[in-house]
Unconditional design. Structure first.
Length: 279
């Protein structure tokens, strides 16, 4: 394990593309982070003295670079308590662990192992297909929002009548929630001092691409967001702009604000459920 200084903005940036990853607490201070394809990583986190934490992860990124990886960031984001402004992880004195190290997987030697490996690959492929379906469903919902809101520049858009959050239930009955286009715009407004603009609209090879820039004025940090589409359609620029804006905002919004939006959506009933049929 290593000792790191935790910065909520760094956590937000590193966990920005982790919405479809799931977190399961194995025991106090230890979590399993599961990727959409079923790949698992084990994360351990203990608080030394806020903002210092002891952390470890079994992923290659952490093992070789020794820094906060996306899996650690995902667990911290999920553990954040908005009321105490702290992460709900155990103290260092509660530590009961054996250091977990990354190990190379051994190649299966027997036919039985080959069959097991084939089953695992099949299961992972099914999970990837299902999670891809969820992402496509969410994108389609955001396209509808973009058409209704006419989003090219989001500063003056009214959001009260639109879903801030999408939710779905996995095959184990666990509910997962993530922000919609309207949710990210709302989060940026609450955080304040965030400027969003469309930087480029590019036409090439039958495709249209839009690049948006989200700037955190307090930190003077700019982050890009990209969206692209091969077809020509009504509201195409609004749709592409909305996705580019959403992708840029994900990189600058504080995880504390994301949690506030999730709570707000629940209180106001601004949640749209994605109906997923699990086989």
């Amino acid at each position: 394990m290593i000792t790191v200084q935790i910065d909520r903005r760094e956590i937000a940036q590193k966990s920005r593309d982790m919405d479809l990853y799931t977190v399961e607490e194995i025991e106090r201070g230890k979590w399993k982070v599961i990727a959409p394809d079923g790949e698992e990583r084990i994360v351990q986190i203990f608080e030394v003295e806020h903002p210092e934490y002891l952390v470890s992860c079994t992923c290659e990124d952490f093992q070789f670079r020794k820094h906060v990886c996306k899996h650690i960031a995902k667990v911290l984001r999920e553990s954040y308590d908005i009321n105490s402004d702290r992460f709900n992880v155990p103290k260092e004195e509660e530590m009961k662990f054996e250091e977990i190290k990354f190990e190379e997987k051994e190649e299966p030697l027997e036919e039985v192992e080959d069959l097991k490996e084939d089953e695992k690959k099949k299961e992972k492929a099914e999970k990837v297909a299902k999670n891809t379906q969820i992402l496509l469903m969410a994108d389609q919902e955001d396209e509808k929002l973009a058409e209704q809101l006419g989003v090219m520049m989001p500063n003056a858009v009214a959001l009260e009548d639109y879903p801030l959050v999408y939710s779905f239930t996995d095959r184990n009955g666990k509910e997962h929630r993530f922000l919609s286009l309207a949710g990210w715009i709302k989060a940026a407004r609450i955080q304040g001092n965030i400027e969003v603009k469309i930087d480029k609209i590019i036409e090439h090879g039958g495709k249209t691409a839009v690049v948006a820039i989200a700037k955190d004025l307090r930190r003077n940090v700019e982050m890009p967001g990209l969206s692209t589409r091969a077809t020509r359609a009504e509201f195409e620029l609004e749709i592409l702009a909305s996705k580019a804006i959403r992708n840029a905002l994900k990189k600058v919004v504080d995880p504390e604000i994301v949690q506030r939006i999730l709570t707000m959506a629940d209180e106001r009933g601004q949640i749209r459920r994605l109906e997923v049929v699990w086989q």
